[in-house]
Design a protein around this ligand. Structure first.
Ligand code: NAP
Length: 261
């Protein structure tokens, strides 16, 4: 049997009605896993689950509503009998502008969704199942959490904290539960349209692999990280960005001496 096979495993993927979460749900189901897909809206979660081939269930749960998260964990155990995989995928970047212009409300919103929610869901899944039976967690971070960018400082700080949290949890939950993160570059999803829609060809030329990401690029990496093929990987953040962090590839193609970061 392939070490990528997830037959008999059950995953919860938060924020899976579209974008990267939906692609992760598809990839896990394609590897044989059962999947529970969450979103704030029940119809969206159920429609996404219906689209996934295999055993899938859609559940409405605002990601930092503790009662809804507990209901989701309970429903997963009732339907599938375990929670072997958790993908903490929901993220928000609703705090555009310099960090010093942000207020406490935007701070708590960003850090609530991007940092507290992964702690909450990991805690519930660990207590309910993984702590005793083992499991794998993947947090969706961002390459933004590894550098600096105009106007996205608060979001990037929350993703940097998520990368740190991934290491902390990897140690706290060892050896039974592996905890890793993915750090995507710019990926074609609804949430990030403002980042790529008007300047896709410019981004493509600046990227070593000559294109922005597709949700499936991240989904397949997540399915790898939760599988036995990654059974000796924990606390790591897997950058999937087509080479965007390497610097402006166009400058290199032109023979410039500008150095990559
Ligand atoms: N796209 C990129 O370029 C990119 C790059 C780096 C990192 N990321 C990270 O990747 C993750 C997914 O981003 P995406 O671009 O795929 O987003 P997306 O296309 O907007 O999808 C977001 C998903 O999360 C759900 N959702 C949003 N807020 C929620 C909440 N508070 N509670 C529960 N569900 C919620 C949405 O459904 P409902 O609206 O129905 O709730 C939807 O299913 C995020 O953590 C993001 O920071 C994305």
């Amino acid at each position: 049997m392939s070490r990528l096979d997830l037959t008999g495993r059950t995953a919860i993927v938060t924020g899976a009605s579209r974008g990267i979460g939906l692609a992760a749900a598809h990839a896990i189901a394609a590897a044989g896993g059962n999947v529970v897909l969450t979103s704030r809206r029940r119809e969206a979660a159920e429609a996404a689950a219906a689209e996934v081939r295999g055993n899938a269930l859609g559940i409405a749960a605002h990601v930092f509503d503790e009662k809804a998260a507990q209901r989701c964990v309970d429903a997963t155990l009732e339907r599938f009998g375990g929670i072997d995989i958790l993908v903490n995928n929901v993220g928000t970047d609703l705090a555009y502008g310099p960090v010093i212009d942000q207020d406490y409300a935007s701070f708590t919103k960003i850090f609530g969704v991007n940092l507290w929610a992964p702690i909450l869901w990991t805690s519930l899944a660990t207590r309910a199942w993984m702590g005793e039976h083992g499991g794998a967690v993947v947090n969706t971070a961002s390459i933004g959490g590894m550098g600096f960018e105009a106007n996205r400082g608060l979001y990037n700080a929350s993703k940097a904290a998520l990368i740190h949290l991934t290491k902390q949890l990897a140690v706290e939950l060892s050896p039974r539960v592996r905890v890793n993160a993915v750090a995507p570059g710019v990926v074609r999803t609804q949430r990030t349209e403002a980042l790529w829609k008007q300047r896709e060809s410019q981004l493509n030329s600046a990227t070593a692999l000559s294109r922005i990401g597709e949700p499936e690029d991240i989904g397949s990496a997540i399915a790898f990280l939760v599988s036995d093929a990654a059974s000796w990987v924990t606390g790591e953040t897997f950058v999937i960005d087509g080479g965007q962090r390497l610097g402006d590839a166009e400058l290199f193609r032109g023979g410039s001496t500008v150095q990559a970061r």
